[in-house]
Design a protein around this ligand. Structure first.
Ligand code: 13P
Length: 248
């Protein structure tokens, strides 16, 4: 079974609502490709206008964050059912910026993965090591631990619908990309781990992205690797280059 490629933009904290609508218009013809899942993961305030702006196109909308309760006294937070009702399909969980800047740990991330599935959202679960762990050579153990904790209690059927993004922290926003071989090594290790935690069919179905300074110039090589099923793109998702990555 061939896995369907998924190219997702993570807009992070960029683009006001009106800028977001303008970017959708700029990218509209450039991201046309029915063989690929194209996703814009956008700031919460941009979700409603972006859902409207991409209506009738091949683009799906994702969110960047939510809180694990459905409703109640959680000032400033947004729930998974709210995202679902607004037209969101994908949700980024466990991004290194949320882990490192906002202190999210694997217990919360695991709860978010389970809540997202319960609410009918598809998680894009991020993992990845720091430069220090890469240099120490312990990155494999680190990533195995992240994924094992983050998927605790998640069923095989859910994992078949999961996207895992391998994002080495040292490659995010730095212009330094993992080589295609480095990215493939970890993506394969993640697939092998899913086979170990679940079974071969689940490992075959789960989609694994690479993220970290992916751009129009390096996307084709990264995406040619057998265990890299797509990309999670920051900086280059905010410009016309994103269309080249979708069609790489
Ligand atoms: P850059 O593509 O800007 O390196 O960001 C990657 C990322 O963090 C996507 O989630």
């Amino acid at each position: 079974m061939a896995r369907r490629r998924i190219i997702a933009g993570n807009w992070k904290m960029n683009k006001t609502p009106s800028e977001a609508v303008a970017l959708c218009a700029e990218l509209k013809d450039l991201v046309k490709n029915d063989a690929v899942d194209v996703v814009y993961c956008v700031p919460a305030i941009d979700i409603v206008p972006v859902v409207e702006a991409v209506k009738g196109t091949n683009v799906l909308v994702g969110a960047e964050n939510f809180y694990i309760e459905d409703k109640g006294a959680f000032t400033g937070e947004i729930s998974a059912p709210m995202l679902k009702d607004a037209g969101v399909t994908y949700i980024i969980i466990g991004h290194s910026e949320r882990r490192d800047i906002f202190g999210e740990n694997d217990i919360l991330i695991n709860a978010k993965v389970k809540k997202a599935f319960a609410a009918g959202l598809k998680p894009i679960l991020c993992c990845g090591e720091s430069l220090a762990l890469r240099k120490a050579g312990t990155y494999t153990a680190w990533i195995r631990r992240q994924i094992t904790w983050d998927l605790d209690g998640v069923t095989a059927d859910q994992v078949k619908d999961l996207v895992i993004a391998y994002e080495p922290i040292w490659a995010i926003g730095t212009g330094e990309t993992a080589t295609a071989d480095q990215a493939q090594e970890v993506c394969k290790m993640i697939r092998d781990l899913i086979a170990e935690l679940y079974d071969a069919a689940t490992a075959e179905a789960v989609r694994i992205q690479y993220g970290g300074s992916m751009n129009a110039g390096n996307a084709a090589e990264l995406l040619s690797k057998p265990d890299i099923d797509g990309g999670l793109i920051g900086g280059a998702s905010l410009k016309a280059d994103f269309g080249q990555i979708v069609n790489a």
